[in-house]
Ligand binder design. Structure first.
Ligand SMILES: [Cu+2]
Length: 229
C-alpha cells in the first residue's frame, strides 16, 4: 500500500529515471522518455543512436525563455555512436531546465530542449463537519464537531462559525454558553461545541457556515438546518 502511494505521488527527494536517446528522430535531436520530473534526483540514461558523437548536458539554472545553445550545467562525457552514458542531476527548485548537446553547432542545429521540474504538491487540508441532524429542536443543545487534518494528521487551525439567515445575513455563533464568538477560534484537530437555536428560528431555513483556516488554506462547509419545536 505504501509503495503504491509513493509511486502515485513522488515525495520531494524522489529519484526519477529518464531515458534519453541522442540522434533520434534525427541526428541533431534528443528524445526523452519524459519531459517533466518531480523535484529530487533525476538519473538520465543517455544512448547515442546517431552516426556521430554527442553528449547530454542539463543547465543548472531554470529559465524563462527558449533553450539556449550553451549554459552552465552538468553533462556526460562525449558519447560515441552506439555508446551510452549516465548523468545524475539533483533538482532543488521547480522550473524549466534546458538540456543540450555541447558539441559545436549541435544545439544551434536543434539538439536541445526543455525539461520541466515540478514542485511538490501542496498537502491538502481536509475539513469535516458532523452535526446532530438538519432539524434541531429549539431551546436544546444541538451538537456539532469540526475536524481539520492534513494528510490524515490533526493540524492547528482557526475556526469561524456563523449562522446565515434566509436574507444572506450572517450572525456569529458563541462558544458554548459564553458570549465569546467562535471567530478565528484556535483549535487543534477537533473542535466540538453546541448551538441552542432560539424559538424565533422555528421553521426558518438557516445555514450553519463553518470556515476553517489551516496550513495556509481556507475551507468552508455549509450545513442546512431548519429548527423545529
Ligand atoms: Cu550532438
Amino acid at each position: 500500500m505504501l509503495l503504491l502511494l509513493v509511486a502515485s505521488a513522488p515525495a520531494p527527494g524522489a529519484t526519477t529515471h529518464v531515458s534519453v536517446v541522442a540522434g533520434k528522430p534525427s541526428e541533431f535531436r534528443f528524445t526523452l522518455s519524459r519531459t517533466s520530473v518531480p523535484i529530487g534526483t533525476a538519473i538520465f540514461s543517455v544512448a547515442n543512436h546517431g552516426t556521430i558523437p554527442h553528449d547530454f548536458k542539463v543547465c543548472t539554472r531554470p529559465l524563462a525563455g527558449s533553450a539556449p545553445n550553451a549554459c552552465t550545467g552538468t553533462g556526460t562525457t562525449t558519447i560515441a555512436p552506439g555508446g551510452t552514458a549516465q548523468l545524475r542531476v539533483s533538482f532543488r527548485r521547480a522550473g524549466r531546465y534546458a538540456y543540450l548537446c555541447t558539441l559545436p553547432g549541435h544545439a544551434a542545429a536543434g539538439m536541445k530542449g526543455i525539461l520541466t521540474v515540478r514542485g511538490a504538491p501542496a498537502p491538502a487540508l481536509a475539513v469535516a463537519l458532523s452535526a446532530s441532524g438538519h432539524r434541531p429542536k429549539v431551546g436544546s443543545r444541538w451538537r456539532y464537531t469540526v475536524r481539520a487534518s492534513v494528510s490524515g494528521r490533526a493540524v492547528a487551525a482557526r475556526l469561524t462559525v456563523v449562522i446565515v439567515d434566509p436574507t444572506g445575513a450572517t450572525h456569529p455563533v458563541q462558544r458554548g454558553t459564553s458570549k465569546r464568538n467562535v471567530t478565528n477560534w484556535p483549535f487543534h484537530g477537533t473542535f466540538s461545541d453546541f448551538v441552542v437555536w432560539p424559538a424565533s428560528a422555528r421553521g426558518v431555513p438557516l445555514e450553519l457556515r463553518v470556515v476553517v483556516k489551516a496550513a495556509g488554506k481556507t475551507k468552508t462547509i455549509s450545513y442546512r438546518v431548519t429548527p423545529r419545536s
